[in-house]
Design a protein around this ligand. Structure first.
Ligand SMILES: N[C@@H](CCC(=O)N[C@@H](CS)C(=O)NCC(=O)O)C(=O)O
Length: 215
């Protein structure tokens, strides 16, 4: 087995890649990294100095692949399976990449900002940054609500990399700021994502770590 994934089961960007791996039953060696442990964090920074996961190592070709989107594109190119994570047609691929960027940058990132702020000591909190993140999240959710009218998955009828990105972003956004009562289409999409076996497995595997999430 040549693929090794450095990740943490609770991390939203890592969950995005886990969904992609589970969609295609791609074999890999899971290597959990606890960034709260200074020794593990230092060791991980020797592998990828940016210090953020997920990071994939393809040991067959001695290649390091960081960044969730690049990892999924790499898997789609080198280890394709029954779920095409990126459609072959260039225009459809572009639409998929746009949705992937949308869920990463406008849901996942602001959601992270809100969650990370809760982990800070009171005197280091950033209320203005949190308000900006909440406003961005709300705008993005309104767009999801509009776009998911009559659409099963992020780009239409087929599950793709964009849904891998959407699954943890939508799941955590709903924990941070529940939208079930205000965004019916978005909530129905989240329910479909949570019922998908790949993401259901990711959520189940994250359960033992949930106590680490800030309240
Ligand atoms: N653009 C990166 C974002 C990765 C990211 O932000 N990962 C978070 C966990 S969800 C992380 O490693 N945070 C640790 C830190 O910032 O110290 C990707 O798509 O992989």
């Amino acid at each position: 087995m040549s693929l090794r994934l450095y990740f943490h089961p609770l991390s939203s960007f890592c969950q995005k890649v886990l969904v992609a791996l589970y969609e295609n039953d791609t074999p890999f060696v899971p290597q959990i990294v606890n960034l709260m442990d200074p020794d593990e964090a230092t060791a991980f920074r020797k592998i990828w100095p940016i210090g953020r996961f997920p990071v994939l190592r393809d040991e067959a070709v001695d290649r390091l692949v960081p960044e969730s989107t690049i990892i999924i594109e790499y898997l789609a190119q080198r280890y394709p399976g029954s779920t095409p994570l990126l459609p072959p047609e260039p225009d459809a691929a572009l639409r998929t990449r746009l949705q992937d960027r949308f869920y990463d940058l406008y849901l996942n990132v602001p959601m992270q900002r809100i969650v990370l702020d809760r982990l800070r000591p009171a005197h280091q909190r950033d209320p203005q940054g949190v308000d900006e993140a909440k406003a961005l999240l709300r705008t993005a959710l309104d767009m999801v609500e509009r776009d998911m009218t009559g659409r099963a998955w992020a780009t239409g009828d087929h599950f793709s990399m964009a849904d891998c990105a959407a699954a943890p972003a939508m799941y955590y956004a709903n924990l941070v700021s529940p939208f079930g009562k205000t965004h019916a289409n978005a909530a129905a999409y989240l329910a479909r994502l949570a019922a998908r076996s790949s993401f259901a497995r990711v959520l189940k595997e994250a359960e033992p770590y949930r106590a680490m999430l800030p309240q």
